[in-house]
Design a protein around this ligand. Structure first.
Ligand SMILES: *Cc1c(COP(=O)(O)O)cnc(C)c1O
Length: 398
């Protein structure tokens, strides 16, 4: 019998019988791989020679000046191959798929970043690849859909419910239960049944380890604050983990505040504070009064998901991480300010973390060092933004 790992009350393995075999097979493999020197050497080699690690910790001088005090640094995951942190995880999981002798990898994707990172890792490692994506997201994330196809992967458009990420995960799980003899399911965030939350967090911990080293080189100690956006929570847990025991470091996670904090208009799971089971794990989960999964909304497809990774649920209960939300409007402001002040176009997801800086600027001390995890670049968002917010693209002096 397996005991599925929990973080406090959260996590576990709430799976149908049809997934018992592939999930437990993965649990067994993960236990072995964690101890395998050869596996981690190969993983790190690919990260350094192909993915582009380590990423710099860039001092944002003009932004710091504008905010009026603290020194702000950006952890540049936007500079990675395929434009976001996601590839740290897909390289790791595709290596695991090969160890399991699987020839096919499936994945779900919202913003398309995880689909793109999976299709890329599959092309690099010689695996067949199929990506499930909500029909609504296929439309709003067109550049990534085109890239995924170009890389030789199939895109399966899912027409059900709100036709976004949740439905794509449902379909991927159905596929996996039928095809696990030759298929690995590469989940894109630190969630799902055990061992995924642990595995995905582990693959991203490199972000926090580098940050710790770089902070100590640049300013000789740990940062005072670290800010990251929270979709499922993988980029955040990756940068937070090496600092969790360092009590002096304030950790802040920013969820999607959407259009408003009315049910159905946001994805702020820690604001609504309801709990339940979805996609194999127990955590904070947005629901209506009848316990049905609530609709979610965010300007960024990558944060548009009703549940949050179980380790974050535990960190919330323990009050080790402060969770807040940022509205679409504040996110757009932060997006455009970073672009003009630093010459960096951030992903709309990452702009949630930046929004916290503008919101809290009065409360920062000049002596503070603040790190923001810039989880990805904004190229993927531009066609959609051009349709919805044309004013951003007009000459400033007109
Ligand atoms: C997918 C994505 C996110 C959200 O996912 P997490 O698992 O919460 O990190 C954030 N930023 C970018 C750029 C993404 O592509």
């Amino acid at each position: 019998m397996y005991t599925f790992k929990r973080y406090g009350d959260y996590g576990g393995g709430y799976i149908p019988e049809s997934l018992y075999t592939p999930v437990t097979e993965l649990i067994d493999l993960w236990k072995e791989v964690k101890k395998s020197k050869a596996f981690w050497e190969e993983y790190i080699k690919i990260l350094t020679t192909y993915v582009g690690r380590p990423t710099p910790l860039t001092e944002a001088k003009r932004l710091s000046h504008f905010l009026g005090g603290a020194r702000v640094f950006l952890k540049r995951e936007d500079l990675l191959h395929t434009g976001a942190h996601k590839i740290n995880n897909t390289i790791g999981q595709c290596l695991l798929a090969k160890l399991l002798k699987k020839t096919r990898v499936i994945a779900e994707t919202g913003a398309g970043q995880h689909g793109l990172a999976t299709a890329t890792a599959c092309a690099y490692l010689g695996l067949d690849c199929e990506i499930y994506m909500g029909a609504q997201d296929v439309k709003r994330q067109e550049p990534n859909v085109k890239k995924i196809k170009l890389l030789g992967a199939k895109v399966r458009s899912v027409n059900a419910g709100s036709s976004t990420l949740k439905e794509a995960v449902n379909e991927a799980m159905r596929d996996w239960s039928k095809n696990y003899d030759h298929t690995h399911y590469c989940i894109g965030s630190a969630l799902g049944p055990d061992p995924y939350p642990e595995m995905v967090a582990h693959f991203h911990t490199v972000i926090g380890e580098e940050t710790k080293e770089q902070a100590n080189e640049i300013f000789g100690k740990n940062p005072d604050k670290i800010i990251a956006c929270i979709g499922g929570g993988s980029n955040a847990i990756g940068i937070f983990r090496p600092f969790i025991e360092d009590e002096e470091v304030e950790l802040i996670g920013v969820e999607a505040g959407g259009k408003s904090l009315k049910s159905g208009e946001h994805a702020a799971r820690f604001y609504a504070k309801k709990k339940g089971v979805l996609h194999g794990f127990y955590s904070y989960l947005l629901q209506d009064d009848n316990g049905q999964i609530a609709n979610t909304h965010s300007i960024s497809a990558g944060l548009d998901y009703p549940a949050v990774g179980p380790e974050h649920a535990d960190l919330f209960d323990k009050k080790r991480v402060k969770y807040v939300s940022a509205s679409d409007e504040k996110v757009l402001y932060a997006f455009s300010m970073l672009t003009k002040l630093e010459g960096i176009i951030p992903a709309l997801e990452s702009a949630h973390a930046l929004a916290y800086l503008f919101e809290e600027r009065q409360n920062f001390k000049p002596s503070e060092n603040i790190v923001v995890n810039l989880s990805g670049r904004g190229d993927k968002d531009l066609p959609e933004l051009f349709m919805t917010n044309k004013e951003l693209f007009e000459d400033v002096d007109e």
